[in-house]
Design a protein around this ligand. Structure first.
Ligand code: EZ4
Ligand code: CO
Length: 412
């Protein structure tokens, strides 16, 4: 078999997605997700200008060799653009291999280790009654674990809190559907870590008071705290028994988590912005975290993510793959196959794709009764409707950014 062409498709059903479609000489095609929220066209250009010409003529069966070739021959390693591009190639080749074998990807990865993947959903509210309603809606939809994000008194729109009319993006989507907003400039948000640290524990106390001790609750700190602030939050939240505290520090400095870990038994999850296993090396080896948040799309694909979770397994660290709407249904399908096949699956973040995105990316995976399953269609189980994709041209969009009260740019 030979690769005869590879096409980069940029489409924007509700939000931007970058997809690589590889076609082999016998007509079999494979899809890969290369979406990098707010920097989509950089990955599209990396693929089109530098990777597609290298793929044509290659044997699509040689997945690991192709990965190593793309990673090492570039000389300039790692980084989100490079690793999203390599991820798309890796996913597309696994898709082809599954179709050729007539097996869903999870069968090629060792077969199912469970019947379904427990998913958590995103509840949020500007006020406690709104938050409670949002949690109830998620429970009614079947979720058995729920992430809780909340507005902060004195601050306007903040990460993870559902739209009020005022914070809805120009495209009309809810802010919590995708924080990236269409337009020529990123939205600016105000941030105050002290106000956040004072408020969040009161919210978890109220949620536990309303919903009792059993419901697994998660929270995303979105990289905004210093190590000592994160240590304090983890410690103060201990009575509310979180499933995890996510991205408590920016974590480019892996050693920061040592300090956090010394102070709290709140489980820690990190790594949605990490690109390679090296970003997790200290965190896993020193058992400073409990869950890896890498996404197949930003981590170089299924092949390296499998190596990461196998390494993590030796330290009882489990998966919690990143699953916001900026992971396309192609990327989500790929990580669901992997999650089904690994022993150390932890939980899967899930935000359902919009109706428009599901029409462009017709996917076999399904969310039923709180559990996700990738389906049994050969390969990834996602088809791209290119005519539908063509109806949604790329629209410039940026993630917001944050400033402190004195105007200093802060981690968003
Ligand atoms: O803000 O993917 O846990 N989920 C997250 C996401 C990220 C977005 C950025 O593109 O932190 O919502
Ligand atoms: Co996050």
């Amino acid at each position: 078999m030979r690769i005869v062409r590879a096409d980069v498709i940029v489409t924007s059903p509700s939000r931007n997605f970058v997809t690589l479609k590889i076609t082999a000489d016998d007509g079999v095609t494979g899809l890969g997700d290369a979406t990098l929220n707010g920097r989509e066209l950089a990955v599209a250009a990396y693929l089109r200008d530098h990777v597609v010409p290298l793929l044509v003529g290659k044997d699509p069966a040689r997945i690991e060799d192709t990965w190593q070739f793309l990673y090492r021959s570039a000389y300039w390693r790692r980084g989100p653009v490079t690793m999203a591009a390599i991820a798309a190639v890796d996913m597309a080749l696994w898709d082809i291999k599954g179709k050729v074998a007539n097996l869903p990807l999870y069968q090629l990865l060792g077969g199912a280790c469970r019947t379904g993947l427990r998913a958590y959903g995103h509840a949020s509210g500007a006020s406690l009654p709104e938050l409670f309603d949002s949690i109830r809606e998620h429970m009614a939809a079947g979720y058995t674990a729920i992430r809780v994000q909340t507005a902060i008194p004195g601050l306007g729109a903040v990460y993870g809190v559902a739209a009020s009319a005022a914070s809805a993006g120009a495209g009309g989507e809810r802010y919590d559907y995708d924080p990236a907003q269409r337009g020529a400039q990123p939205a600016e948000e105000a941030w105050d870590t002290s106000a956040y640290l004072r408020h969040v524990p009161t919210v978890f106390e109220a949620v536990r008071g309303e919903f009792g001790p059993e419901l697994p609750l998660l929270h995303d700190g979105h990289h905004r705290m210093t190590p000592i602030q994160a240590a304090r939050l983890g410690k103060v939240l201990e009575p509310y028994d979180l499933f995890w505290l996510e991205d408590c520090t920016p974590a480019e400095n892996q050693e920061a988590l040592r300090l956090v870990r010394q102070h709290t038994i709140t489980p820690l999850a990190i790594g949605e912005v990490f690109n390679t296993i090296w970003d997790f090396q200290t965190l896993i080896r020193e058992q400073l975290i409990d869950y890896v948040r890498a996404a197949v799309t930003h981590f170089g694909g299924v092949s390296p993510l499998k190596k990461l979770v196998d390494y993590a397994a030796q330290y009882q660290v489990r998966s919690g793959f990143h699953g916001p709407t900026d992971i396309s249904p192609v990327g989500m399908a790929a990580q669901l196959h992997l999650g089904l096949a690994i022993h150390n699956f932890g939980i899967q973040e899930y935000m359902p794709p919009s109706a428009a995105a599901s029409a462009v990316f017709r996917h076999a995976f399904a969310f039923v009764g709180g559990y996700l399953h990738p389906g049994d269609v050969p390969g990834l189980g996602v088809e791209l409707d290119e005519a539908a994709a063509g109806q949604y041209p790329y629209q410039q969009a940026y993630l917001p950014y944050a400033r402190l009260r004195d105007g200093t740019v802060h981690d968003w």
